[in-house]
Design a protein. Structure first.
Ligand SMILES: *Cc1c(COP(=O)(O)O)cnc(C)c1O
Length: 405
């Protein structure tokens, strides 16, 4: 019996990718072992974050770094840092920003469900730009003067979502923001691999970059990485760390938190609710070093073979068209049903099976399901192949019965 069944919950085989709603993927034994070891001893969390900062700086080329409880938390903390700096009065006031500069300028097409994380710090999003290419109404996208025109006395940062459809160049945003002495915040949560992207946005001039620790990095599901300018990372720390400390008996790590920054110690800040455990910081660091060293590629061939097996299994099945899709991470299999409604039935049938198999239903509205091989335990590979084959064959063939949905 699995630990989940002990508590009355049915686990699923994750063939959907590192989805947060499924609890993400699994961690390498080396990462888990490090977390077990970390849990056996306590440690000064500021010193641990300072050590994390050195590792993250080395791997990203940034001045400093910080481990957060996810990329979304990194966005909130980054926005908070831009609003408050190291001012304990402002840190104390968040998320209320009345009378304080609090505007983040961003491209209208970069708006997405995660930008709530920036707003959660008390920031107000100012949308700019028009995209005729996406609207298919013309040939122009956002232009630098449009970003410039939105910048005013209340602006604290310019934001950029990496990898968004039709992304205009980050460099345009950096040039305009830096001309106004404003930082550029980049949401690059899902932009790994390639490993080079750890450095790419910092190299392009970004001031804070957020990555998810629970996606391809393979760290604990509730971790993220924030890297960038030292003064901003210091402000992140002041908004985040537990502040129940008498300064008379605490020596903060000099390289991350010089004592002169601490004329007054802030109260617990807005980030106190996003705390990160020592085990998670260590797990993230071990996973990040493994990822940067290319360890994820060790199973690339096996996962491509699995994807090919699934395509093969579905070859010739009436009403189903399967194809392998290469991505920057592991290969996926797209399963398109001729009768679009069959995709929904196949999805439910697989999930309800024993064991349940969760496919990625992102394109179910177009009659497609996706198998993401990246989160399937390789030992489950042949079971996934045969079950997906059987269910697709049955679902694609069965006409919809009255009353069934
Ligand atoms: C996944 C994702 C996030 C959130 O990352 P977490 O680590 O789950 O908090 C934020 N932004 C984008 C664009 C993402 O894809």
């Amino acid at each position: 019996m699995s630990i989940y069944e002990r508590y009355g919950v049915k686990p699923v085989i994750n063939a959907a990718g590192t989805k947060t709603r499924l609890g993400g993927g699994s961690m390498a034994p080396e990462v888990l072992q490090a977390m077990i070891e970390a849990s056996q001893r306590s440690v000064d969390m500021a010193a641990l974050q300072a050590a994390a900062s050195r590792v993250i700086a080395r791997l990203t080329g940034a001045e400093a770094g910080y481990v957060t409880s996810g990329a979304a938390a990194a966005l909130t903390l980054g926005a908070a840092a831009c609003i408050t700096g190291s001012d304990p009065v402002k840190i104390d006031r968040l998320p209320h920003t009345d009378g304080m500069p609090n505007e983040i300028v961003l491209f209208r097409l970069h708006r997405n469900s995660y930008d709530h994380a920036w707003r959660a710090a008390g920031a107000r999003l100012v949308e700019v730009g028009v995209d005729d290419r996406v609207a298919r109404s013309g040939v122009r996208s956002i232009e630098p003067w449009e970003i410039e025109a939105a910048i005013g006395e209340r602006t604290i940062a310019v934001a950029y979502v990496a990898g968004a459809a039709a992304s205009p160049p980050l460099e345009d945003f950096v040039r305009v923001a830096h001309a106004h002495n404003l930082p550029v915040l980049v949401d690059a949560a899902g932009e790994l691999p390639p490993e080079e992207n750890l450095r790419r946005f910092i190299a392009a001039g970004a001031d804070l970059v957020a990555f998810s620790g629970g996606k391809a990095i393979g760290g604990p599901q509730a971790t993220g990485v924030l890297c960038g300018r030292r003064d901003l990372i210091q402000a992140v720390l002041l908004n985040h760390l537990d502040m129940d400390m008498d300064l008379a008996v605490w020596d903060p790590p000099e390289d991350l938190l010089p004592r002169n920054l601490l004329a007054a110690l802030p109260r617990h800040g807005i980030g106190r609710g996003f705390k990160v455990g020592k085990e998670e910081i260590i797990g993230l660091l071990v996973a990040l070093e493994r990822f940067a060293g290319g360890a994820w590629q060790d199973t690339l061939d096996a996962r491509r073979e699995l994807a090919n097996d699934i395509v093969q299994e579905l070859d010739g099945v009436e009403g189903v068209d399967a194809s392998l899709i290469e991505t920057a991470w592991y290969p996926r299999v797209s399963i398109r049903f001729t009768a679009a409604e069959a995709a929904e039935r196949a999805y439910r049938s697989l999930l309800d099976g024993d064991p349940g198999i969760a496919l990625d239903p992102s394109d179910v509205h177009t009659g497609s399901l996706m198998v993401n091989t990246g989160t399937i335990a390789l030992a489950d590979g042949s079971e996934v192949t045969s079950t997906v084959g059987a269910v697709c064959r049955r679902t694609a063939a069965a006409p919809l019965v009255d009353g069934e949905s």
